[in-house]
Ligand binder design. Structure first.
Ligand SMILES: [Zn+2]
Length: 143
């Protein structure tokens, strides 16, 4: 599996990928059953999504015992990193910190997650600049 991926995954496709990442090898029937329960989607919808993900190179498919079996070709971490980097890449560099703080405030984090973040922030604080400039305009924005 590749460490970096240039992959655009739609909201609906994310739901499919989360199942395949969690189960590993999954049949179209397993995926359809879970998404019918979780999202109320018809199996035709799921089949379309699976077809798109195969075309995009996110899933591999093989036929075994009359069933289509899907396996992920990209790791969950690589896909999440690509998506979050793409999102934060759209933001004003000056406002990234405040946006991240707001995100942290809203999310449910375990004590382990929090300890890891505290350690990471303590390390970053050592050589962090006193402020980050806006990069929205070629010459920066007016304060
Ligand atoms: Zn800006």
């Amino acid at each position: 599996m590749e460490a970096t991926v240039q992959l655009e995954i739609s909201d609906a496709e994310w739901e499919v990928m989360r199942i395949v990442w969690t189960l590993g090898e999954s049949t179209s029937r397993q995926i359809s059953t879970i998404l019918a329960d979780k999202m109320g989607w018809k199996s035709a919808t799921v089949k379309t999504l699976l077809g798109r993900l195969v075309k995009k190179g996110a899933l591999a498919t093989t036929k075994a015992n009359q069933a289509f079996v899907y396996t992920p070709l990209v790791t969950e971490q690589a896909a999440m990193d690509t998506a979050t980097h793409a999102l934060f890449g759209h933001l004003c560099e000056m406002k990234v910190g405040a946006t991240l703080a707001s995100l942290v405030d809203d999310l449910t984090l375990s004590r382990t997650d929090i300890a890891q973040l505290q350690q990471l922030l303590a390390t970053k604080a050592v050589d962090a600049p006193s402020e980050v400039a806006c990069n929205c305009l070629p010459d920066g924005c007016q304060p």
